[in-house]
Design a protein around this ligand. Structure first.
Ligand SMILES: *Cc1c(COP(=O)(O)O)cnc(C)c1O
Length: 380
């Protein structure tokens, strides 16, 4: 039995969580949150890092910060997690989906411009599998059309695009520390990255329930009060402590995942050369973080048959996403602009293989061999 995921754990987390538990401050923005913020601000070179309880909430904050109004349009791929869309839908936005590129499963940057209207406010590129979107083109389009770019970098921690960290390129970015991601803050967690100084002050206010409490704590004002809309967008110290234990081991976690990914890639290359599967492509200039290893089979029928065999063999392989534009809520709240040439057909043939920190060679080999024989018997 090989599970699809095991939450990353390095052994470093325990001591920090205990320290947070026994400290006199367990609510947000304590010692460990500050350590995490510093770590991200240094490693990403961003103006501001703010831990949030989830990536979903970091995206919600971004939607408030760019002042999304009812009727505004936000361009994104349909092949993504629901939160990419929901965060903007909650502010009344209409979601405009465009097709993906079949090589990376990322938004096709050449189709964005034709989807822009006078109501367009933002582009939300999703770095699928931790592989960068074509950010130079996207930032250029945004600049020429006065749009904001919010990177959904939920899967992108420690990946780079032309030498720049994902999450450091758009006006803002959101990361996830859910237990299925490369780093976790104890099951659920997220991060808002701000690269544009204009958003910093208001971000701190929105995150603190619409109050200027952050300024108060820094001694910059003598009382705090309600100054804007807001919500509770800061996680407790236990989350931050758990995460900090992993950040200290970031290089180790990243290289361990890359090693598993490399072993899968090496093995499945021969099937790709035989035309049986398609493998992930990492474009020139991009370095990825081995967030996931996926293969693409011939079609949805082969995929169903292969997944059935893997389930019976105890291999936790899964598929995702149902394209948002074909989901019940997506039909109501969004519109697909242009032709769906790849989104549906490519999403229907993709499966994700187990990939987690600490996978042994025996476990990797079992997955490789079981998947290969399942494909051979189903794709005959
Ligand atoms: C995981 C994920 C999210 C949501 O992250 P949470 O931390 O669970 O809110 C959003 N977008 C993408 C692309 C994701 O993979």
């Amino acid at each position: 039995m090989i599970p699809f995921n095991k939450p990353p754990y390095t052994g470093n987390e325990d001591q920090y969580v205990l320290r947070a538990m026994r400290s006199s401050k367990m609510s947000g923005d304590g010692e460990f949150t500050a350590l995490c913020h510093k770590w991200f601000e240094k490693s990403l070179g961003c103006v501001k890092a703010l831990l949030t309880p989830s990536c979903t909430q970091a995206l919600e904050m971004a939607a408030i910060l760019i002042d999304i109004q009812p009727g505004d349009e936000v361009i994104m791929p349909s092949y993504t997690f629901v939160s990419t869309a929901n965060a903007f839908v909650l502010r009344g936005a209409k979601i405009v989906f465009v097709d993906i590129r079949p090589d990376t499963m990322n938004i096709d940057e050449t189709l964005i411009e034709q989807a822009i209207t006078p109501r367009t406010k933002a582009i939300v590129p999703v770095h699928y599998a931790g592989v960068a979107c074509e950010m130079d083109t996207i930032m250029d389009i945004a600049e020429r059309n006065s749009l904001f770019v919010i990177e959904d970098a939920a899967q992108g921690m420690m990946s780079t695009y032309k030498g720049r960290q994902l999450g450091s390129i758009g006006h803002m970015a959101a990361f996830s520390f859910h237990e299925t991601k490369n780093f976790t803050s104890g099951g659920e967690g997220g991060l808002l990255i701000i690269n544009d100084e204009r958003f910093v002050t208001r971000a701190e206010i929105i995150r603190e329930k619409g109050t200027n409490r952050s300024l108060f704590f820094r001694g910059m004002i003598d009382k705090y009060t309600w100054v804007d809309v807001g919500s509770s967008y800061l996680p407790g110290e236990l989350q931050a402590a758990y995460l900090y234990g992993q950040l200290e081991k970031a290089e180790y976690i990243n290289s361990a995942r890359l090693s598993v990914w490399g072993k899968y890639h090496e093995h499945f290359k021969s099937l790709e050369e035989g035309g049986v599967v398609d493998l992930p492509i990492i474009p020139d200039g991009c370095v990825a973080n081995a967030h996931m290893f996926y293969i693409k089979l011939k079609d949805i029928n082969v995929r169903s048959a292969v997944l059935n065999e893997l389930r019976e063999a105890g291999i936790g392989a899964v598929f995702h996403y149902i394209p948002l534009h074909s989901a019940p809520a997506g039909k109501k709240l969004g519109v697909f602009v242009g032709q769906d040439k790849y989104t549906t057909i490519e999403s229907e043939r993709l499966i994700r293989l187990p990939l987690w920190l600490g996978m042994s060679d025996d476990e990797i080999n079992l997955v490789k061999n079981t998947v290969t024989s399942a494909i051979m018997s189903c794709d005959a």
